[in-house]
Ligand binder design. Structure first.
Ligand code: NAD
Ligand code: USQ
Length: 400
């Protein structure tokens, strides 16, 4: 299969690219390196020393004799370039990861809010529009987020995989009919809101133009390396630990490695869905190699393997390593606690065997953080992005 990966230089994208190439597919990357530029803006780099993209690709070629091409193109702004590329490369599938994915970054200032909406919504719309204009039969696979559902609908209800059957009153006001709808959205940040908007774009293009679409609602990803990125130091994946791009479990593991107290927001009663990066790549292979039928509605799978309460994660790591826990003021506007009962059976029924949180795997991440710990900047650990306008991040830069 010929696969074009939009955002293939990122944390999830890079291991996906290598995995699909290792499985014998022809893979190409489209990426404008926006994420590496955000590192410069935030003065916060990956804890692991990541090579330039050309060096990564040369290393992969040296080890496997497989070539991966890179096209430096802004998917949100260069529509003509994207269309030309799709028409000339004729991919069978496009994986779309080319979005600004940090919730704290998206809340930093008006400029960051506008950038996140413009970048993410235009990247998604340009991709859909170019697929239609190309006239090619391309399967689009997008990584969305569990955050589109909100975190727990309450009343003991279960989050489904995308669709929900509800009872709607008939026009006479007397009867009731069952109707299948998409689960209502309830985003917790500007970033999460863009993923909700993406869903409407997918619905429309699937209905109007019969584009085959798989939307994977992914939980918080943890871990850093996969079988493929471990093949050579030059293939190492990025490890974000900073207050904007670092996600909770990796941050806690890194903090325990460098002797920093674990930064639990509020009481830590927030429950979130999690998935290991090795399972992310396996899920992508399953989604790509089992496309929807022609005429099928947008396929939505929940891409997560377990749920945990933030305070429980902190306690688990503190018990394992003896590190301290610090309960800090929560910079976000989120429920102080929630349950998160969610279904995620589809990918498992297709063959995913979940990699669950266990001390051996957590230790591997701690070891990586210890190995590269001398690169870390303690100033980058606190989450400075505030959710309320009155508390806009004073260090956010121009336009804030
Ligand atoms: P990332 O920021 O590491 O990677 C995104 C990549 O897209 C970067 O390489 C960036 O340069 C590129 N990009 C962004 N805008 C672009 C544009 N306009 N044109 C071309 N390239 C562009 O993020 P990630 O962690 O790899 O996440 C990938 C996707 O998975 C995102 O859509 C994110 O919302 C989703 N996701 C991530 C997580 C997680 O925990 N990391 C969890 C759930 C969902
Ligand atoms: N948290 C802490 N301490 C920290 C960092 C975070 O207590 O030091 C808390 C947050 O307040 C939040 C939870 O941990 O309640 C998760 O935060 P996160 O930064 O790990 O995850 P989030 O902002 O939700 O975003 C990440 C990815 C995003 C993806 C999302 C999946 O960056 O791209 O969409 O996870 S989900 O959470 O399922 O919506």
């Amino acid at each position: 299969m010929k696969i074009m990966v939009l955002g293939g230089d990122g944390f999830c994208g890079w291991p996906i690219v290598l995995h699909m190439s290792a499985r014998g597919h022809e893979v190409m990357i489209v990426d404008n390196l926006a994420r590496r530029k955000a590192d410069e803006e935030l003065k916060a780099g990956s804890l692991t020393p990541i090579c330039s993209l050309p060096d990564r690709l040369n290393a992969w070629h040296e080890i496997t004799e497989r070539r991966i091409q890179w096209f430096d193109l802004d998917v949100a702004r260069d529509y003509d370039g994207l269309l030309d590329l799709i028409e000339s490369q004729q991919p069978d599938a496009i994986v779309h990861l080319a979005e600004q994915r940090s919730a704290p970054y998206s809340m930093k200032s008006p400029r960051h809010k506008r950038y996140t909406v413009e970048n993410n919504v235009s990247a998604t719309h340009n991709t859909l529009c170019a697929i239609v204009e190309s006239g090619l039969d391309i399967h689009l696979v997008h990584i969305g987020t569990m955050g589109v559902y909100g975190y727990g609908s309450g009343g003991g209800t279960l989050i489904p995989e995308g669709y929900l059957t509800v009872e709607v009153p008939t026009s006479d006001g007397i009867g009731r009919v069952a109707k299948e709808i998409r689960h209502p959205t309830d985003p917790g940040s500007i970033y999460h809101m863009t993923k909700c908007l993406d869903q409407d774009l997918f619905h429309y293009y699937n209905k109007n133009d019969q584009i085959r679409i798989t939307d994977l609602h992914q939980g918080v990803v943890w871990g850093t390396n996969t079988e493929d990125t471990l093949r050579d130091e030059r293939l190492i994946n990025r490890f974000d630990y900073d207050g904007d791009y670092g996600t909770v479990l990796n941050r806690f593991l890194m903090q325990s490695a460098v002797g920093h107290p674990l930064t639990v927001h509020g009481t830590g009663g927030q429950t979130r869905a999690f998935i290991h990066i090795q399972d992310t790549v396996r899920c992508l292979a399953l989604a790509l190699e089992n496309p929807p039928e022609h005429g099928e509605r947008v396929r939505i799978f929940n891409q997560m393997t377990e749920t945990h309460r933030v305070a429980d994660l902190a306690k688990m790591i503190a018990d394992m390593t003896g590190c301290k826990i610090e309960y800090v003021d929560n910079p976000r506007n989120e429920a102080p606690q929630n349950e998160l009962p969610a279904t995620a059976k589809n990918l498992q029924s297709m063959g995913l065997t979940p990699t669950l949180l266990e001390s051996g795997l957590m230790k591997e991440v701690i070891d990586i953080a210890q190995r590269y710990g001398d690169h870390y900047d303690p100033d980058r650990i606190p989450c400075r992005s505030q959710w309320k306008a009155s508390k806009t991040d004073a260090s956010a830069g121009i336009g804030s």
